[in-house]
Design a protein around this ligand. Structure first.
Ligand code: UDP
Length: 335
């Protein structure tokens, strides 16, 4: 099987590429390194079944050729991270919508299977916990730019499902909940790498709001194995699936846990949302997936709990900081 990953030098994309190589399949990736990093794929470059192109998915002839070469496409290229969305809303909306449009259009010509990565953000501020795939989206007003991300992903989902219904293009939509693991950068605001690095440097741990808001973090290895099984299951075609973990932790408790695990002397700083993001920023209080649908189809079950996940991530960052690490200076540039 030949796979293409758009956004393949990103955190999730690079783990997915590794997963594909581990099952002895061939993988092509395309990435413009806007949020991804060449360091994420450094260890894969010498693999004979790994091919990479540093370019934008808006280079249509190139993308058409890559799609032609492959059997299955994972469309992961997107502008992600709440901070990035608040800072550059134009880029977020354009990349997310136009990028999916071009991938679906080209895949449609060759009838290639596409898995489109969506996000739990599409549930917005809904408070019916847990979130099931058929639940309503409850989004905020257009004057609050954070909702542009949820809307752009919702349009991606509509478009994907429209290609399936109208043109019989085999598509699968996966709504990823907070996915974490080694190589995730804190640069775009993601909480776990930020807290881990702050704690290891004994710098203040920045809890936004009261810290009583919660998230369910899942290990990237569980997510990629689920994505690979989903895209290869005929009954997943034309369907939307939550993927992640349903183990909930408050952000404040996450900070305490990371502080304890790193034996850090960091203090915990509570920072108002308007200072962290923008005036009137609305956070989601809880975000828990209902995993019934994916469990029933592919027997999806997360294998890693929060302690195992955090130990792995802390170990990764400690490795980067070790003076003996040859890759240190290279990797530092990507953090
Ligand atoms: N957060 C925080 N401190 C940080 C970064 C994030 O308290 O330095 C909070 C953020 O406000 C949210 C949660 O952690 O409530 C998860 O944020 P992230 O950006 O990782 O993912 P989200 O679930 O918001 O997409």
């Amino acid at each position: 099987m030949k796979y293409l990953i758009t956004g393949g030098a990103g955190f999730i994309g690079s783990h997915l590429a590794e997963g594909i190589l581990n099952q002895n399949d061939e993988v092509w990736i395309i990435d413009n390194l806007s949020t991804g990093s060449i360091n994420n794929i450094e260890h894969l470059k010498s693999h004979t079944k790994f091919h990479y192109t540093i370019d934008t998915i808006f280079n249509e002839p190139l993308l058409a050729e890559l799609i032609d070469t492959c059997d299955i496409i994972f469309h992961l290229a997107a502008a992600v991270g709440v901070r990035l969305i608040v800072e550059s809303p134009v880029n977020t909306i354009e990349t997310n919508i136009a990028g999916t449009e071009i991938v679906l259009k080209l895949a449609g010509k060759k009838k290639k299977t596409v898995l489109v990565a969506s996000s739990s953000e599409v549930y917005g501020k809904g408070n019916k916990i847990p979130f099931s795939e058929d639940d309503d989206m409850v989004l905020g007003p257009t004057v609050k730019s954070r909702w542009s991300y949820a809307c752009s992903k919702a349009i991606d989902e509509f478009l994907s499902l429209a290609y399936w219904r109208e043109k019989k293009l085999p598509v699968v939509v996966a709504r990823l909940f907070n996915t974490v693991g080694p190589r995730q950068s804190g640069r775009y605001g993601m909480v776990v790498p930020r807290f881990a690095q702050q704690a290891l440097k004994n710098e203040p741990i920045t809890v936004y709001g009261t810290g009583k808001q919660s998230r369910c973090f899942s290990d990237v290895s569980d997510v990629i194995s689920g994505l690979l099984r989903l895209v290869n299951h005929p009954k997943a075609i034309g369907e939307v699936f939550n993927i992640g973990s349903a183990d909930e932790i408050t952000i404040e408790n996450l900070a305490f846990k990371i502080k304890e695990k790193t034996r850090s002397s960091s203090k915990i700083d509570y920072i108002p949302y308007e200072q962290a993001y923008e005036t009137g920023f609305e956070d989601m209080q809880r975000r828990v997936p209902d995993l019934t649908k994916i469990r029933q189809l592919i027997n999806y079950q997360p294998t890693q709990n929060i302690d195992q996940i955090l130990d792995k991530i802390i170990g990764y960052f400690r490795g980067l900081e070790s003076p003996n690490s040859v890759m240190k200076s290279l990797r530092d540039k990507s953090q």
